[in-house]
Design a protein around this ligand. Sequence first.
Ligand code: XBP
Ligand code: MG
Length: 251
Amino acid sequence: MTLQALIFDVDGTLAETERDGHRVAFNQAFADAGVPWSWDDATYARLLAVAGGKERMLHYWRELDPAAAEASDAPARIDDLHRRKTAHYVRLVAEGGIGLRPGVERLLREARAAGMRLAIATTTTPDNVEALVSATLGADAMGWFDCIGAGDAVPRKKPDAGIYTWVLARMGLTAAQCVAFEDSANGLRAAVGAGLRTVVTTGAYTRGEAFPGALALLDGLGAPGAPAHGHVHAAPWSGVVSLDVLRLWAG
Ligand code: XBP
Ligand code: MG
């Protein structure tokens, strides 16, 4: 089957957005709303086991005060906090503080030049995707992606496979025609659940997780003179993840 499309996760895969982006935005939203929460790095690392910012806040609230978290006004309060958080995140990203991970822009441009289709499958919101893509690749770069599967497009977030099956359906492609890129165990489970061969590039928060079923488990995509290291089909591998390499791996 000829490789037709690359499907990218966003947070942790395109860029390391969590520690200095999302986490900071959550804390700013809590402060805005007068909510006495503040997520330090260790707390956030633990809470990242829950994909989805709204789901993550609700999980934390249930730990702190189960009764309040189940109250009738809880969903509206979570939605308000998430709107505030997303506004802070979009502003933080627009300020240019978060760059793409090494090799991401190179591979995206290589794929475009070869006529390979591109898509995004992420738990975060469409606004956050647009902010990151525009800030790092330019205002027209959202047009590089045939499909952007984000946030509440599907009823269940990763590790549910829904967002990936949603993207495949809209692309009119089968999993066998694509390769997915992820950074987390939740994301890998979602992509594999949709039948996708998946390249995992671990990040600051995810490198200690387990990644059963990954096509490749790497520390990044690599760059000329700065190869990635890891395993492909469980065999040690070092190099630069290029389109030709992906075509070879995808068979
Ligand atoms: C990672 C997530 C997101 C972000 C926060 O998404 O789980 O929830 O942590 O963004 P990805 P939101 O699938 O790109 O790795 O607050 O918008 O959910
Ligand atoms: Mg991710």
